[in-house]
Design a protein. Structure first.
Length: 393
């Protein structure tokens, strides 16, 4: 097997940090991080959409807030179209029905939510004051019945959210395109109600829904020094067809936290495909089925591509808010790492190679010039730091 990596050109994204930090990464540091990080390929059917949080120590597909925020956005849109009143029961049932779809979530491809050690420890302290009980570990089984509401209240408290994107969405709901924070609070309560099966719902046990939920607690402070937008470009192979025989794209995955270096890792193409082929198809089918059955006061049948575009627009607005509000994202530069291959996704290895191995095999630096173009972040989302990957099997 012969592998070759060529760094053709670097172009920094035209984005001015709100509060620049002195230790933010430049070209050299981004290159060093990418060279040492774990690298693999994954599809949205194989891999959870994790948050872009820089503390993750595994290669990931990243989108702000991960699966949790993506589902919340779709559920918000669905409730507006169907004129559904947002209640705890409604949100619980919607999440349960979604998780029961074995072709969407599984014990391998889990529904992702994260917090961090510091926020969880502070939450433990608040719960201890209310329960007079020492807490050392996050419960893996249902808390005592007289403590469940205390736990759910705290878990749905914005101050308990180690995911900064989610916390900001709860604190500034309308800026993040939510009517208010109720759907986020209800969804957090629903997540942990299913995680613990607090209602002793036989349907939850029979469907083994707990195995489809991933709650991750990341360690340490968030000190990411750059935002990497990771994407690929292929020649002669474009597999974004939307028929029943769709073959899901393999996207590049990168480790955010490696050897003391932290970066945000964002894979927008993977998130767009998840919204289009999973969330939009799932919710528009529900809308249109309800329309046909006259079970709701819906507008005319909606096309999933329209629903998907609405989700993409919301995600872009949310991203821009987080770039304005969340430290350290407010103080770092954006770079795009674009991988180029003339192979079809089925030709890629299943995550066995690392970028470090590929880069050290052969690398040439041809240009390290800053782009003179000035793309608008809202219109084009991102320009590129071009890393071109040619590898032959």
């Amino acid at each position: 097997m012969s592998n070759k990596v060529k760094l053709i050109n670097i172009e920094k994204i035209n984005h001015e940090p709100v509060k620049p930090i002195e230790t933010k990464y430049g070209y050299e540091e981004v290159n060093e991080h990418v060279a040492l990080a774990e690298f693999k390929w994954g599809t949205i059917k194989e891999e959870s959409l994790c948050c872009i949080d820089g503390r993750q120590t595994k290669a990931l597909l990243g989108t702000p807030g991960g699966d949790f925020i993506e589902f919340a956005n779709a559920l918000e849109q669905y409730s507006k179209i169907t004129k559904q009143q947002i209640t705890q029961e409604f949100v619980y049932n919607q999440l349960k029905q979604f998780l029961k779809q074995n072709d969407i979530c599984s014990k391998e491809r889990k529904f992702y939510l994260h917090s961090d050690f510091g926020r969880i420890q502070d939450m433990f302290s608040r719960i201890q004051l209310k329960t007079n009980k020492l807490i050392s570990l996050f419960p893996q089984s249902k808390p005592p019945s007289h403590h469940i509401d205390i736990w759910l209240d705290e878990l749905s408290n914005p101050e308990s959210q180690g995911c900064g994107h989610l916390r900001l969405a709860m604190q500034h709901a309308q800026l993040y395109c939510f009517s208010d924070d109720s759907i986020l609070k209800f969804l957090l309560r629903a997540f942990f109600s299913l995680y613990w099966n607090i209602y002793d719902d036989p349907d939850v046990d029979d469907s083994n829904l707990r195995s489809k939920l991933l709650f991750e607690i990341v360690l340490g402070p968030l000190q990411a020094k750059a935002i990497i937008v990771l994407s690929q470009q292929q020649h002669n192979h474009h597999n974004h067809n939307h028929n029943h025989n769709h073959s899901f794209t393999k996207y590049p995955m990168l480790t955010p936290n490696v050897q003391g270096s932290q970066v945000f890792v964002y894979t927008p193409d993977a998130a767009i495909e998840w919204r289009s082929l999973i969330l939009s198809k799932y919710f528009t089918q529900k809308i249109n089925n309800n329309n046909n059955n006259n079970n709701c006061q819906c507008s005319p049948l909606i096309d999933y591509s329209t629903f998907s575009q609405q989700l993409n627009d919301v995600a872009q607005q949310q991203l821009n808010q987080t770039l304005q509000l969340l430290s350290p994202a407010t103080g770092v530069d954006l770079y795009s790492v674009q991988l180029h291959s003339n192979l079809s996704p089925s030709d890629f290895s299943n995550g066995q190679s690392t970028l470090q191995h590929l880069i050290h095999n052969e690398i040439s630096y041809e240009s390290l010039s800053e782009s003179s173009s000035k793309p608008n972040l809202l219109e084009t989302a991102f320009s590129y730091v071009n890393y071109f990957l040619d590898h032959y099997f």
